[in-house]
Design a protein. Structure first.
Length: 264
């Protein structure tokens, strides 16, 4: 009997990791398939967009230094990503190879149960099989977050590190403001002392207050290691008195669109 995607995900015995990856894949697939223009695009084009967005976040695990992330966690992540993407009709050859290698590594370490070992060939066959995009795009799940007002959060995008202050939580999304600092190594709370708020320069040349409702920032700690808690209970965020105000309180975005905007 052929093995199903959900069967493989259950065998990973990593419910929190699987939930986070599945939610991210579904969010990216939902937005990539939204709107009338999506109907004219080939599934492969949609898949490329989805995979690029998902990996921009989860490469924080896949490409992490082995001293920072346990190898077995990396293997589980690679396999869960490949399975969740395949379930939505998307395949990346490099990720599939990594997932197949992960099967062997998990078995060699006896990290999972006998059923996983016994059905390893079926799992590989599923990964190598043609992926079919479901007729309906996946729904967006109800927004929620474990982050709280006063949290100071480090955010990694590619090889650059940023920091935000959570002002409040509204409608299940943290409202965040960036510190005006970027560096190539992970930030710590000590690095942010005296750093002012980052503004947004508009067409008039002035720098304005730049705040965002960051949907998709759910888990704390973050299973993707893209967001890291640097401090909590910080009532006063970065000084923003130098920034002009405009009519909007904040812009609505999510972790994937924000990451794309922050790419160097």
């Amino acid at each position: 009997m052929a093995i199903k995607h959900l069967d493989v995900l259950k065998l990973l015995a990593a419910a929190g990791l699987v939930e986070a990856i599945d939610g991210d894949v579904k969010r990216c697939a939902h937005w990539a398939r939204l709107g009338p223009e999506a109907a004219a695009r080939e599934p492969a084009q949609i898949g490329t967009e989805v995979i690029e967005n998902v990996l921009l976040r989860w490469n924080c695990i896949l490409q992490a230094d082995p001293t920072e992330v346990a190898p077995l966690y990396v293997h589980k992540t690679a396999l869960a990503l490949a399975i969740c993407l395949h379930r939505q009709g998307f395949v990346d050859a490099q990720l599939t190879d990594a997932a197949v290698a992960a099967i062997a590594a998990l078995n060699a370490a006896v990290a999972l149960n006998d059923t996983f070992h016994r059905r390893s060939a079926d799992i590989e066959a599923l990964l190598r099989s043609p992926a079919v995009m479901p007729a309906r795009r996946p729904p967006l799940l109800k927004a929620h977050t474990a982050w709280r007002a006063g949290d100071v959060v480090g955010m990694q995008v590619a090889d650059r590190h940023h920091a935000v202050h959570v002002l409040e939580v509204s409608e299940g999304a943290p409202i965040v403001e960036f510190y005006d600092i970027v560096q190539a190594t992970p930030l710590a709370w000590e690095h942010l002392q005296g750093v002012i708020a980052r503004g947004q320069q508009l067409n008039d040349g002035r720098h304005y207050l730049d705040r965002h409702a960051l949907y998709g920032l759910q888990h704390q700690p973050d299973p993707a290691h893209q967001f890291r808690l640097l401090a909590s209970g910080i009532a006063q965020g970065p000084d923003s008195t130098h920034l002009a105000r405009h009519s909007g309180l904040y812009a609505v975005t999510d972790v994937f669109r924000m990451a794309r905007d922050l790419l160097p």
